[in-house]
Ligand binder design. Structure first.
Ligand SMILES: *Cc1c(COP(=O)(O)O)cnc(C)c1O
Length: 394
């Protein structure tokens, strides 16, 4: 699967060959569940049943593995189905170290599903090397990282932390959803397993839900492929087709997401009514140096910021935008706005939320690829509405 051509070229070609019989350039959607065998127990090209493998899915797996610089990849029905498969390699008594501002659904599956099976979790600030170092135990199996994190967009050091993990025989897992392989290559930095929600930037058009795991170790692949065949949770062929269509434009989309998000982050930082802007590409970001080293082509499309005032400021802002649609999720071509204290993180008690650095005026933007001037004008008029209706002085 390793290929010397450049990222943008592999995004379009990796795993994909014109059909030798009719020349069709695009991968067909193989809707079949079963395959004719040559003779009993002798399948053609290994295909027997579509829970196990499906040709459309295989092409996407090869394409995504190539983009992550991985030996292998496996596709799942959702990001959480992929995370489930990784966590299901654990047995009672095992321990996982994870970041303390993980994607909410990841925290939920860890604490409300796997903790019931006697798996132990420590949630810590993974931006602090010493905290990670202190969290290892004799039963630790995974160091589970997300960078940039959600919604605070903090950055942890994949290279340094995976070295710490390896010194102790622990596997380093990185959720690369926010950065995408275009901006950040966790395996090259030393991670053992990369996981993705394909629902976000890789799909890129908010029209498909999917997940993906990549790695280099063959034994891990065999275990995960066995588990997928035994349990299910695989990505369907139509969904695989939609993601294949998405990855072709990943590079150009991410370039525009980067540019637009940077412009909006800078604009927000210049506004008195905004207390703080969280974007890894700003010099004011606490891990700016690390972000420059680790995210080689830019800082992504996610921008969070704190408005002066309380949750009502965020409510007014998000009710006032025209192009930024009020919705959860992220990573599509269209811009979205979300108010973590009222939406994705509302289930966390206010005191706990604030202690984790999630303040009441927090707003999260998924900056799309519309014209930047329209997006800036939209943010400007929504800030004006906050000033007027909340009486927040600028
Ligand atoms: C969305 C998301 C997930 C979960 O993926 P689904 O496709 O929604 O199941 C996991 N991690 C991150 C960082 C995400 O943004």
């Amino acid at each position: 699967m390793k290929d010397n051509s450049r990222f943008e070229t592999r995004a379009i070609h990796a795993g994909q060959e014109p059909n030798p019989d009719n020349g069709a350039l695009m991968t067909p959607v193989y809707f079949n569940s079963t395959y004719q065998q040559i003779s009993p127990g002798e399948p053609r090209q290994g295909y027997e049943y579509s829970r196990t493998t499906n040709p459309t899915r295989t092409v996407l797996e090869q394409n995504l593995a190539s983009l992550e610089g991985a030996e292998w990849g496996l596709c799942y029905a959702s990001g959480l189905a992929a995370i489930n498969a990784i966590a299901d390699r654990l047995v009672p008594g095992d321990h996982v170290i994870a970041g303390n501002d993980l994607y909410g659904g990841t925290y939920r599956i860890f604490m409300q599903v796997f903790a019931r099976y006697g798996i132990e979790f420590s949630f810590i600030d993974t931006t602090q090397r010493s905290e990670v170092e202190a969290a290892f135990k004799s039963n630790t199996r995974y160091l589970y990282l997300e960078t940039p994190s959600n919604p605070l967009l903090s950055i942890c050091d994949i290279k340094a932390l995976s070295e710490l993990a390896h010194q102790r025989g622990v596997l380093c897992v990185v959720d690369n959803t926010f950065a995408t392989p275009y901006l950040q290559q966790p395996l090259e930095l030393g991670a053992d397993i990369v996981v993705h929600s394909l629902t976000k930037y890789l799909g890129g058009h908010s029209d498909v839900v999917g997940g993906f795991i990549a790695g280099n170790d063959e034994k891990t692949r065999e275990e995960l492929a066995f588990y997928q065949n035994a349990v299910g949770g695989q990505l369907g062929p139509m969904d695989a087709f939609l993601v294949l269509r998405g990855t072709k434009t990943l590079g150009v989309r991410m370039d525009r997401h980067n540019e637009n998000a940077m412009a909006i982050a800078k604009y927000l930082e210049s506004q008195d009514i905004v207390d703080k802007v969280l974007y890894p590409g700003l010099e004011s970001h606490p891990q700016f140096e690390l972000a420059q080293r680790q995210m080689t082509r830019g800082f992504g499309g996610m921008v969070s910021f704190e408005l002066a005032g309380d949750v009502e400021s965020g409510r007014t802002f998000s009710n006032s935008t025209r192009y930024f649609a009020l919705a959860e999720s992220l990573g599509g071509v269209e811009s979205l706005v979300e108010v973590p204290p009222l939406m994705t993180h509302a289930s966390i008690p206010a005191e706990e939320r604030r202690a984790a650095g999630l303040n009441d005026g927090l707003v999260r933007l998924s900056v799309g690829i519309e014209h930047v001037d329209d997006l800036l004008a939209d943010v400007e008029q929504a800030l004006k509405a906050v000033k007027q209706s909340c009486g927040v002085k600028s």
